[in-house]
Design a protein around this ligand. Structure first.
Ligand SMILES: [Fe+2]
Length: 359
């Protein structure tokens, strides 16, 4: 009889264990649909006309070698020193050979040095630049979609005369482009920044640019813009638009000479650098960006993380708790309730049968 009671206990415990194996139908399901990344950088020009700038090649090599899966590079302009001279472009292509060999696409904006003529300063001639690039649209200003992000590349050098009078052609194109855009997240790229801590003169130039561009960015929900021209790293968040100046890809560095534009939360570095932008796209169509600025140290050719932030700010990636299927859940609930009872009934039946056999 003792053995029979023991048998019932074992059967009951087995039933409970079997039930508990089926009692966890809820699982955490990530909503991440896609992850990819690109690089933002700018101002890689050689320090003097027709001279080699080893930094330009070293930083580009670092970018290519440290980021084998990058989708493309955004370059905010001043690729070369005197863009009207083809020999400058020959030097450029030598320095970015590693990127070319690895089929890395570079989407560039036109900088003031791109249109410096052989015989003098800016002559508003974009032709040599355009002979050396292969970009969408008219190549001076253009846009493209990449997964769930819309990119707009503008030309702050067009009609620049110490003042920024955006041409009717570029303005109409930009407005039409943004009105037709169907993607929520928008990233801009151009050369002269909307906010500057470089100097009072640069600050005044920046005011010219932002009076034209910032209202458009606000109206059409532009989230993030990259500029260059100031050879430094500076980010400032204004009226919902994150402005990042990235001018650290090899041109001589500039200090911070004025604080009058500075606001709480701004970040500044006077270092060579590039920015890795990691994009996460979610099943619910939302997008979040992780921006990591890496400082490049010329002395020992090493990098370290300088600044890091996320857009949208304080974004919490969502996960959903869900059941595997409602049918499984119902069946499991039934099994939990019934199985121990069944084991007891089965045990009692076995006892009864054995007792009868003993007789
Ligand atoms: Fe510049």
């Amino acid at each position: 009889m003792k053995n029979l009671v023991f048998l019932i206990v074992i059967l009951f415990n087995l039933g409970m264990q079997f039930s508990s194996m089926e009692t966890n139908p809820e699982v955490k399901v990530s909503e991440i649909a896609l992850e990819w990344h690109f690089i933002a950088m700018g101002d890689s020009r050689n320090w003097e006309v027709l001279t080699v700038n080893p930094l330009r090649a070293s930083i580009m090599n670092e970018v290519v070698e440290a980021n084998p899966n990058l989708e493309f590079i955004l370059h905010s302009g001043d690729l070369v020193n005197q863009g009207g001279d083809q020999r400058e472009w020959d030097l450029w292509f030598e320095d970015i050979e590693n990127a070319t060999l690895n089929n890395v696409t570079i989407y560039s904006a036109i900088g003031n040095h791109e249109i410096y003529a052989v015989d003098g300063p800016d002559d508003q001639d974009f032709s040599t630049y355009m002979e050396n690039v292969n970009l969408p649209g008219n190549e001076r200003f253009y846009s493209f979609n990449y997964n769930k992000i819309h990119f707009i590349i503008l030309n702050t050098e067009e009609n620049w005369n110490g003042q920024f009078e955006m041409t009717t052609e570029q303005r109409e194109w930009l407005i039409t482009d943004l009105e037709n855009n169907r993607l929520d997240f928008i990233v801009g790229l151009y050369h002269r920044p909307c906010f500057s801590v470089r100097s009072v003169a640069r600050q005044n130039d920046a005011k010219e640019i932002r009076e034209v561009l910032q209202p458009i960015f606000i109206d059409y929900g532009v989230d993030l813009v990259f500029a260059g021209h100031d050879h430094q790293y500076y980010r400032t968040f204004r009226d919902g638009v994150m402005h990042v100046t990235t001018g650290g890809a090899g041109a001589p560095l500039y200090p911070k000479d004025t604080n009058s534009e500075w606001q709480e939360g701004d970040v500044f570095f006077s270092n060579y650098h590039y920015i890795n932008v990691s994009v996460t796209e979610y099943m619910n169509e939302s997008v979040s960006l992780q921006l990591d600025m890496y400082i490049y140290y010329e002395e020992n050719q090493s990098i370290s993380l300088g600044d890091s932030f996320q857009l949208p700010m304080n974004y919490v990636p969502s996960t959903t708790t869900t059941t595997i299927t409602s049918t499984t859940s119902t069946m499991t609930t039934s099994v939990i309730t019934i199985f121990p009872v069944l084991t007891i009934v089965a045990g009692l039946t076995i006892i009864s049968i054995i007792k009868k056999m003993e007789r």
